[in-house]
Design a protein around this ligand. Structure first.
Ligand code: BG6
Length: 492
């Protein structure tokens, strides 16, 4: 089966940070794929911007080298790579100096008015300079959109300052705050599952759901991102954005339409309903960890401090916490969140654990009745599993078994599962903000996260260490087991 591709209008896309990791590893490969699928019109242009002195040809060569790895894995991409590189150009610019900006603006104005996307894949410290200069050069007109990467700020105050500053040059409907988790297929499938089926909605509340688990586990460590990561940590890097956005998609009320504001209004209500975790609850409701040396993918790996080359960092590389959504639908249902680096597997999933049946008719011989579980697997092997009880096949007594109804999207549809950035970049060009965060959402998320960060700082506890390749500190297991529950394992 092939996916249907609807071409977008011609556009110019400018990537500030065009030689950076995100551009080379995610954005440009995603654009190559969309180009190869015929979604990007020929007259579109992609301009890399960075400080180094380079020209179009040397940039194309550099990007070509980075994309070769992607193309090697897929002949359809390899065929299109040379043409795609011809769509690329380069502009050397320093966001804090005037040099080069006139030439840059003239280059963009060459094409007259058209969709212009400015992707700020830079340090947030440069956002204001870049936006001001875009405005000064008349590049913030109606067809302009600016994309900002997470995390937006490092707390509510800095996020507000960034939002204010960007908001002076671009209107809210031109600002695309990207959270690439919203572009993952399974996250959109959660919308389909919840709102295109009658089956789940009557069960989707505290009446029938015991608890929810959201896990985003990675096997990678610092990945040469020390200067960013060590000032951020897992709470700011993952929980404030990706995990809370996933929580919103699970917990939100049905929006009236898929319109961007209808969806975001509902997510905002969830964020505003999160029960604050007070200072007294911090030790019971949160765990922060940092990995020490261990093994990852079968190889020995150093601990976080060794990777960092310092021994005094208290940055957390792991967080587990128990959140609660204080509203009618979810009263009393814990949402257990956990994320970490150097965990045993790369796996992201949402687990909805339903309540037990009120009474068993099967008696001792049947074996225990386990609860139904709906598991949405974001990666790898995107898909949905619904764990149900069935009769153990065969003659003899009636015994029960817990088995999954298993749907792997790759097996069911046989199509390439698009990377989140592919989908989201095309949404920006189309001007569709449904899968992007609105200003008030980002700020509401910080409002909930800030007191936790403050409490951690005040307690001045070192994070609990865990061996690389394990599932985090034992306190994370205790956090959920204290409530008589366990973290989901795929065989459960
Ligand atoms: C990014 C974080 O937003 O998400 C990284 O900054 C993390 O630290 C990455 O590794 C994970 O994304 P994915 O799509 O690989 O799960």
């Amino acid at each position: 089966m092939t996916a249907k591709t609807v071409p977008v209008d011609p556009f110019d896309l400018v990537i500030f940070g065009g030689t950076g990791d995100l551009a080379l590893r995610k954005l440009l490969p995603g654009l190559l794929r969309r180009y190869a699928e015929g979604q990007i019109p020929e007259s579109s242009r992609i301009l890399g911007v960075a400080r180094d002195a380079q020209n179009d040809d040397s940039y194309r060569a550099r990007v070509g080298e980075a994309l070769q790895r992607v193309a090697d894995a897929d002949p359809a991409l390899a065929d299109k790579l040379p043409e795609f590189l011809q769509r690329l150009g380069y502009q050397s610019l320093d966001a804090t100096r005037d040099d080069g900006w006139d030439a840059f603006a003239a280059r963009l104005h060459e094409q007259g008015e058209r969709i212009r996307v400015f992707y700020l894949s830079t340090s947030p410290a440069l956002f204001v300079d870049i936006c001001n200069r875009l405005r000064d050069h008349g590049l913030n007109g109606d067809g302009a959109r600016v994309v900002v990467e997470k995390p937006i700020g490092r707390d509510l105050a800095s996020a507000t300052a960034i939002n204010d500053a960007v908001g002076r040059d671009f209107s809210e409907d031109q600002i695309f705050r990207i959270d690439h988790y919203l572009g993952k297929e399974t996250v959109q499938n959660l919308l389909a599952l919840r709102f295109a089926n009658i089956l789940f909605e009557p069960l989707w509340s505290a009446r029938h759901i015991d608890h929810v688990q959201i896990t985003v586990a990675e096997t990678v460590g610092l990945e040469k991102r020390a200067s960013y990561y060590d000032t951020s940590g897992a709470m700011r890097d993952m929980v404030q954005n990706h995990l809370l956005q996933l929580l919103c998609m699970v917990a939100m009320e049905p929006p009236a339409t898929l319109d961007a504001n209808a969806v975001r209004d509902e997510k905002l209500k969830v964020l505003r309903s999160l029960k604050p975790i007070g200072r007294d609850e911090i030790a019971q409701a949160t765990v922060r960890g940092q990995y020490r040396a261990g093994a990852s993918d079968g190889a020995a790996v150093p601990g976080y401090l060794d990777e960092l080359g310092r021994d005094d960092s208290r940055t957390e590389t792991f967080v587990a916490l128990k959140a609660e959504v204080d509203n009618w639908r979810w009263a009393g249902v814990p949402f257990y969140l956990r994320t970490g680096k150097r965990l045993p597997d790369r796996v992201s999933e949402i687990v909805i654990d339903f309540r037990h049946v009120p009474h068993s008719i099967f008696g001792e011989a049947g074996g225990g009745i386990r609860s139904n579980r709906l598991v949405l697997r974001l990666q790898p092997d995107e898909g949905v599993k619904l764990w149900i009880m069935i009769k153990d096949p065969g003659p003899g007594g009636l015994r029960l078994q817990h088995v999954p109804l298993d749907m792997s999207f790759a097996e069911a549809f046989g199509v390439h599962q698009p990377e989140a950035y592919e989908r989201l970049l095309m949404d920006v060009v189309r001007g569709n903000q449904t899968l992007f965060m609105r200003r008030d959402e980002v700020e509401a998320a910080w409002k909930w996260v800030d007191p936790i960060l403050d409490a951690w700082k005040e307690l001045d506890d070192a994070p609990k260490t865990y061996t690389a390749g394990s599932w985090g500190p034992s306190a994370a297991v205790a956090l959920i087991e204290r409530d008589g529950r366990t973290w989901h394992e795929d065989s459960a």
